[in-house]
Design a protein around this ligand. Structure first.
Ligand code: PMP
Length: 390
C-alpha cells in the first residue's frame, strides 16, 4: 500500500484508497475508480466534498490573510460573522461561541468552562460514550479498550448508563457537569428516549450541574435538524461542535451564553487559548457551509431520504437497523460479517465503515446531498452484498 514508512499510522487495517480527488458524494482513486462516500469522511462532509460555495469562500479568504494572531486580540471578520451566524441559528442561551481546532478540544474546553462556572470538579459521563482522544476527553469517554493503556486520567469522573432514568439520581451537587452525546454515535447509533433527555435536563438544573451536549457527530443536519438537541425540546448549557461544522476544514466550537463565556476572561485571564482556533480560512468555510445548510433546504429532506434508506436496506441477515436521520448502524451477526461486508462494498465502489465501540454493526453516514437515485443504487448494492454472505 502506498503509505510512506515515515507516516505514523494508527490503523492496522487501513482501507488504503489512494485518493486523487473528491467532489460531492464521490471520491476517486488514482486508478480512476469512483467511490460513493456513504460515511462523509466520518460525519464531516455533510454538504458533500468541496462544495463550490465553501471553495469560493476559502479562495477569497486566501487572498486576504491567513493566520494573524491567536484568537481574541484582533477583530477578524470571518470569526465575527461565523459567531453571528451561529447565534442566529441557536437559542438565546447559546449565543456565544469560542472556536477551536477539533472535536476533542471543544470537549476539553467545555469541561473547563463547566468547572469555572460551578467551582466544582467532578463530572458525570456515559458508559459507551466517545468524546475524543486527548486526556481530558478520554477521561469522560466510556470505552475501556481505548483507555486502558493510558491511565491515569483526570480524576472525579462517574459513569452512568445512557438512557437509564433510574441512574440520574447519581448526578448531585458535587458535579460540575454531565457530558453526553445526545445520540451515541460510536457506540453504534444509540437513540435515547425523549423523556430520558428531558429528565436529565431537569436533574442537571436541580443540582446546578452544567449539561454539556457533545454534538460533534450529531450536529450540522446529520440527525435531521441542525443539532440533535432540537428534537428533544431541551437546550444544553454548553454545546460542542466540530467535524461537519467546517464544511471539510478543521474547526470546532464550544458554545454557551455570553455571561458564561465571559468567565473565561478573568481568574485567570485567557481561560482558554489556542494559537490556531478560529483560523480565518476555517471560519469562512464553516460560515459558507452553514449558509449552504440553511439556504439549500437539505436538512428538511433528510427525514424523507432516511426513510428511503430504512425501507430499501432490507435483508434477512440484518439483526437490527438503528437510525436517526442520516446516522445508520446496520447490525449483523458478527464482527467478521461486518468486515466482509465493508470490504465487499468497497470492491463495488461504496465506502461504509466501522464503529469504535460497536463491532457487530457497520456505519452509514451519507452526505446530505445524496440523491434518491444514489440511495436506491447504494441500497441495492448493500442488499446484494448481504445476500452473498448469507
Ligand atoms: N465527540 C464525538 C461524539 C465524536 O464522534 C468525535 C470524533 N469521532 C469526537 C468527539 C472527537 O473529535 P475529533 O476527532 O475532531 O477530536
Amino acid at each position: 500500500m502506498a503509505f510512506s514508512k515515515h507516516l505514523a499510522q494508527t490503523s492496522p487495517y487501513p482501507m488504503g484508497i489512494e485518493v486523487e480527488r473528491a467532489e460531492g458524494c464521490y471520491i476517486w482513486d488514482k486508478n480512476g475508480k469512483k467511490y460513493l462516500d456513504l460515511i462523509s469522511g466520518i460525519a464531516v462532509s455533510n454538504i458533500g466534498h468541496r462544495h463550490p460555495h465553501v471553495i469560493n469562500a476559502i479562495i477569497e479568504q486566501l487572498d486576504k490573510y491567513l493566520h494573524v494572531i491567536p484568537f481574541g486580540e484582533f477583530s477578524q471578520d470571518p470569526q465575527n460573522q461565523l459567531a453571528d451566524k451561529l447565534a442566529s441559528l441557536l437559542p438565546e442561551s447559546l449565543n456565544c461561541s469560542y472556536f477551536v481546532n477539533s472535536g476533542t478540544e471543544a470537549v476539553e474546553a467545555s469541561l473547563k468552562l463547566a468547572k469555572r462556572l460551578t467551582g466544582r470538579h467532578e463530572v458525570v459521563a456515559m458508559n459507551k460514550s466517545y468524546h475524543g482522544a486527548t486526556h481530558g476527553s478520554l477521561s469522560v469517554t466510556g470505552n475501556e479498550v481505548k483507555k486502558q493503556q493510558f491511565r491515569p486520567f483526570v480524576p472525579g469522573t462517574t459513569f452512568i448508563d445512557f438512557n437509564d432514568t433510574s441512574q440520574l439520581e447519581r448526578i448531585t451537587e458535587a458535579h460540575a457537569a454531565v457530558i453526553l452525546e445526545p445520540i451515541q454515535g460510536d457506540a453504534g447509533v444509540r437513540i435515547p428516549d425523549k423523556a430520558y433527555i428531558q429528565a436529565l435536563r431537569k436533574r442537571c438544573t436541580a443540582v446546578g450541574a452544567q449539561l454539556i451536549f457533545d454534538e460533534i457527530q450529531t450536529g450540522m443536519g446529520r440527525t435531521g435538524t441542525l443539532f440533535a438537541f432540537e428534537q428533544f425540546d431541551v437546550v444544553p448549557d454548553i454545546l460542542c461542535t466540530a467535524k461537519a461544522f467546517g464544511g471539510g476544514m478543521p474547526i470546532g466550537a464550544f458554545i454557551s451564553s455570553q455571561e458564561n463565556m465571559e468567565l473565561l476572561t478573568h481568574d485567570p485571564v485567557l481561560g482558554h487559548i489556542t494559537t490556531f482556533g478560529g483560523h480565518p480560512v476555517c471560519c469562512v468555510a464553516a460560515l459558507a457551509s452553514l449558509e449552504v445548510m440553511t439556504n439549500e433546504n437539505w436538512i428538511e429532506k433528510v427525514k424523507h431520504k432516511s426513510q428511503l434508506f430504512n425501507e430499501l436496506i432490507s435483508h434477512k441477515s440484518i439483526v437490527e437497523l438503528r437510525s436517526i436521520g442520516f446516522m445508520f448502524a446496520v447490525a449483523l451477526a458478527s464482527e467478521e460479517k461486518v468486515n466482509e461486508v465493508i470490504n465487499a462494498l468497497l470492491d463495488r465502489g461504496i465506502i461504509g465503515f466501522y464503529f469504535l465501540s460497536c463491532r457487530d454493526a457497520f456505519r452509514l453516514a451519507p452526505p446530505l446531498c445524496i440523491t434518491e437515485d444514489e440511495i436506491k443504487w447504494a441500497c441495492d448494492q448493500i442488499n446484494e452484498v448481504l445476500e452473498g454472505f448469507l
